[in-house]
Design a protein around this ligand. Structure first.
Ligand code: ADP
Ligand code: MG
Length: 767
């Protein structure tokens, strides 16, 4: 061990062997402290932690990354406009414009070795070239090029004659990149990428002079009209060289070590311009360290936010409800059935949350027909027993009405006042309801988002129940919370949500799952039928009706508007009534009918005064007629999987065997076919949800933009599900250790989190 002494500038220099022993990486530094016992302690850290200096440096880097893309050499107004089409306005935006694919340009291949179906890079000499035409008379430009091992024909079907003539001459040398196609014994490349080798120069020199485009694994970017790969590659090279080094890594060092991640700046460099010996395949699968690092980083910060949020509700003061059984017990007596064990288990979880002193934040998942409504009602009664009000919010008026009709029967008997509040309500009726909510005269308020609007004041809101949550977002949850003093929140989903998505969109909630259907249900038999089987389908409807059963015929959105949907349904019902079933009782139900008309129709269907109900998708959720045993869905291929599952859930509610017939046109898309097969194979809502998510992707699965799905630049919750899981575990563990992110090494995490997610996650009080 050498003895260390200060030099004349008061610096202590550690010998290289010592640094080797410590294993210090370039991005790491040593923090020096005295341990109070006369010794120096060196701690390995990444980047300075706090202090004037570092935060000054950070904000400087930040400002640099936020600069307009026009600071890049060669990017003027025109290019900037093109880039803006790809949502790239700042330097940082450009850094996160990731290649869609990578191409192996490390080695040139001899022409004899070119593989058809592959994208290859080779060099050749022009043998002859000129305009020719196909047998059909279509003109194209052709150049035959070759090396000592063979020839390839290049073809352009769109070309500028003068330009090509000036450029292409026998004897010139080129480097070609393109997809090799085999036609008989001839190999061709259509519209290749061409690089000219100036006369007298040799290939090695040309390639060496252009290290961005040759001699490496080369990135291919998503293109916009008017932007070539070469241009965008050149811009990105500048951006990465100048700005990637300024991007800081915030992930704690022990964490990046554990998951074998790179510093972010390195990941960005590698993701755009991989090192010389990087294989393209892992990059194309997005499974290599650079992509993993960027995805982990994105997921980690979101999960950190969700973990803090969840922890925040734990720290908050809520309402500790007392279980008195005043209403809940009588309700159990009123119900015509006993609760399933899954319902009881979930209720225990809810009761535990509600009687705790911190506010409940729970997500209730259960398949269609699993009996979520009665669980919600039990929770509501628990709050009412404690003299608090309950708000139940549904996404549509018809659903709110449905809940109202279902629940007020029971509440009337229990002596509890329930009201309905929708945006459609006007004048005096609305005014009365609003007053009753404010005075506390009404205990359970059921409605649409009207419930959380500003002018609605609750006397004492204790519980907010949000049904069909995936049409609402985080913001609505927040608004509901503000209607009381930290009321409990119970969120219910209509369709099961796959785990990965639930972790992202509902990651700050506790989860309850009803994984069992009420007893006595016979699984629905599902069959896909083509137009040619229509008469048979009608026969089976008739058969069921003759046995005293009822049928639904569902008519979809043929066009985008509700009006045309209504027309189609009405026309359909008339046709059926006149031509097919003149002896049966047929009625129609659609979204344009007045609430009381809808209710009358539904009532007569329930009381068996109607045999066949021709309906639009308004019956998608909530409607419950156990005697209905057939459902025919017209144009079934035009529905999403989850929607089909919801619709099908309307039959099979009694003990009789039910059937669901999916009618389709003659030609099905690949996805359409896949959806219908899944419907035939399974009735497991969770399984269906997973396939639906796979087919549609997260955004469409959730239905709307405002569904609260965070936008990721790199990460993909399907492809990177495992990384998501890891990032979640790490983030939650970190918040468990340091719930306020107050320790010196976490302070910068907190600042960065606020910068990225602060507004969107409503992370109050953590900044
Ligand atoms: P969802 O979870 O789709 O909202 P619902 O709450 O509408 O399901 O319940 C579906 C049907 O099952 C309703 O008719 C309801 O009365 C009935 N139901 C609920 N729980 C039970 C149970 N434990 N036993 C028998 N039927 C039940
Ligand atoms: Mg429901």
């Amino acid at each position: 061990m050498p003895i260390l002494t200060l030099d004349d500038k008061n610096r202590l220099t550690l010998p290289a062997e010592l640094l080797d022993q410590i294993g210090l990486k370039p991005e790491e530094r040593l923090k020096v402290e005295s341990d109070g016992a006369g010794r120096l302690v060196l701690t390995k850290i990444r980047e300075p932690l706090t202090g004037e200096n570092s935060s000054g440096e950070n904000s400087h880097n930040r400002a640099e990354l936020d600069r307009s893309i026009q600071v890049i050499r060669g990017v003027g107004l025109k290019l900037a406009e093109l880039l803006a089409k790809k949502n790239i306005t700042t330097v940082e935006d450009a850094l996160y414009l990731l290649p869609v694919r990578y191409e192996d340009r490390r080695e040139l291949i001899k022409i004899a070795k070119l593989r058809s179906g592959e994208r290859e890079l080779f060099t050749a000499e022009v043998i002859h070239c000129g305009i020719t035409a196909t047998k059909g008379g279509r003109r194209y430009y052709e150049a035959v090029v070759g090396d000592e091992t063979g020839t390839v024909t290049l073809k352009w079907f769109n070309f500028n004659q003068r330009y090509m003539k000036g450029l292409w001459q026998p004897g010139k040398k080129v480097v070609i990149t393109g997809d090799i196609v085999q036609y008989g014994c001839q190999r061709e490349v259509h519209h290749p990428d061409v690089e000219w080798i100036p006369p007298g120069k040799d290939l090695a020199a040309v390639m060496a002079a252009d290290p961005v485009n040759f001699g490496r694994t080369v990135p291919l970017y998503p293109l916009t009209e008017g932007l070539t790969q070469k241009t965008i590659r050149k811009i990105l090279k500048e951006v990465v060289d100048q700005f990637a080094p300024l991007v800081e890594t915030f992930l704690p060092l022990e964490l990046t070590d554990r998951h074998a991640l790179l510093p972010i700046c390195k990941a960005l460099q590698e993701v755009h311009f991989p090192g010389n010996d990087t294989e393209p395949e892992p990059l194309n699968h997005r499974s290599a360290a650079p992509h993993r690092t960027l995805a982990f980083d994105e997921f980690f910060f979101l999960q950190l936010g969700l973990a803090l949020k969840k922890h925040g509700t734990v720290l908050e003061e809520g309402i500790p409800f007392r279980v008195t059984h005043k209403y809940t017990r009588p309700l159990l007596k009123l119900l015509p059935y006993a609760l399933t064990s899954a319902q009881r288990r979930v209720l225990t979880e809810i009761k535990n949350d509600m009687s705790a002193s911190s506010p409940m934040h729970r997500l209730l998942q259960g398949d269609v027909g699993s009996g979520k409504t009665v669980v919600a009602l039990m929770a509501a009664l628990l709050a009412v027993e404690n003299e608090y009000q309950v708000a139940i919010m549904a996404p549509t008026e018809i659903l709110a009405e449905q809940h109202f009709l279902n629940l007020h029967r029971y509440c009337d008997e229990l002596g509890i006042k329930v009201c309905l509040l929708t945006s459609g309500m006007k004048g005096k009726a609305k005014k009365t309801v609003i007053e009753e909510i404010a005075s506390g005269a009404v205990q359970i308020i059921i409605g649409t988002h009207a419930v959380i609007q500003e002018k609605i004041d609750f006397k004492r809101l204790g519980l907010g129940i949000i049904d069909e949550q995936h049409r609402f977002g985080v913001i609505q949850r927040g608004a509901m919370k503000k209607k009381g003093e930290n009321p409990d929140i119970l969120v219910m989903t209509a369709t099961p949500i796959p785990r990965t998505l639930a972790m992202t969109v509902f990651g700050d909630l506790s989860l309850s799952v009803i994984d069992e259907l009420p007893p006595g249900r016979t699984p629905v038999i599902t069959k896909v039928c083509g137009e040619s089987q229509r008469q048979g389908v009608y026969r089976s409807i008739r058969e069921e009706v003759s046995k005293g059963r009822q049928a639904y015929i569902i008519y979809p959105l043929v066009e985008e508007s509700e009006k045309s949907e209504m027309k189609a349904a009405i026309q359909m019902s008339e046709e059926l009534a006149n031509d097919i079933f003149p002896d049966l009782r047929i009625a129609v139900l659609h979204g344009r009918m007045k609430p009381d008309e809808k209710e009358t129709t539904m009532r007569s269907f329930k009381s068996r005064e109607i045999d066949i109900l021709v309906a639009t998708t308004v019956i998608e959720v909530g409607i419950d007629v156990p005697n209905a045993t057939v459902m025919v869905i017209e144009h079934a291929d035009s529905f999403g999987l989850s929607q089909l599952h919801q619709l099908r859930g309307r039959v099979g509610r009694g003990s009789e065997q039910s059937r669901c017939i999916l009618l389709t046109g003659s030609r099905l898309s690949g996805d359409g076919e896949k959806r219908l097969r899944v419907m035939e194979e399974t009735s497991d809502g969770f399984r269906i949800a997973e396939v639906d998510l796979e087919i549609r992707g997260p955004g469409d699965f959730l239905g709307t933009r405002q569904a609260g799905l965070p936008e990721f630049r790199v990460a993909d919750i399907l492809r990177d599900a495992r990384i998501l899981e890891q990032a979640r575990v790490e983030a939650f563990a970190l918040v468990e250790r340091d719930p306020r992110l107050a320790s010196p090494e976490n302070v910068r995490l907190r600042a960065e989190l606020t910068r990225r997610w602060g507004g969107r996650l409503e992370l109050a009080g953590i900044a």
